[in-house]
Design a protein around this ligand. Structure first.
Ligand code: PRP
Length: 179
């Protein structure tokens, strides 16, 4: 698996620093609130797990499963809800937790949906932001690291459902997806 990685873009050490920094910031910004952290599966999993241990607040956690990549390396633009929330977000402060924002098709669709459902506020925290990939204007409130327009895997991010278990974020060798 590790032989398929051309280079490491965000190391384990850097990920730990990001979780610490963002967790401290969120602890300050949400100190008077009881937010719901909504993780968008499956990519959010390791980040949600590590980040939440740095947030010193009362909050709830919920998950939704959405997908727009359907296995390839480019967004289809068609955001599908595969599993919905099991709690109401009406009147609540919602913080969406993501591994990456690329085209922003996913996050913009989900934010519109949450506002329609009556959330009091909807913000997002993302480990990675790839602004050069945007198809819609969108700026996440909390960003771990801005990355260039390269196809990355690891720490939750997949190619054809593999590589999510890498402890770092790396660039996949092009020969892997050009096979
Ligand atoms: C990835 C990622 C985000 C979305 C970001 O999910 O986890 O949800 O793509 O891309 P966008 O900004 O271009 O919409 P994916 O659809 O691959 O599902 P997964 O989390 O199950 O891997």
């Amino acid at each position: 698996m590790r032989n398929d990685i051309a280079k490491i873009l965000v190391s384990e050490t850097e990920i730990a620093e990001i979780c610490d920094r963002l967790g401290k910031q969120l602890t300050i910004d949400y100190q008077d609130k009881e937010p719901i952290l909504v993780g968008l599966l499956k990519g959010c999993m390791p980040f949600m797990s590590d980040l939440t241990r740095h947030i010193d607040l009362m909050f709830e956690v919920a998950y939704m499963s959405v997908s727009s990549y359907h296995g390839g390396i480019a967004s289809s633009g068609d955001v599908k809800i595969k599993m919905d929330l099991d709690i109401s977000i009406k009147g609540r402060d919602v913080l969406i937790v993501e591994d990456i924002v690329d085209t922003a098709n996913t996050i913009v669709t989900i934010i519109e949906l949450f506002k329609h459902r009556g959330a009091k506020s909807v913000k997002m925290v993302t480990l990675l932001d790839k602004p050069e990939g945007r198809q819609r204007p969108y700026q996440p409130e909390y960003v771990g690291k801005v990355i260039p327009k390269e196809f990355v895997v690891g720490y939750g991010l997949d190619y054809n459902e593999f590589y999510r278990n890498l402890p770092y974020v790396g660039v996949l060798k092009p020969e892997v997806y050009n096979k």
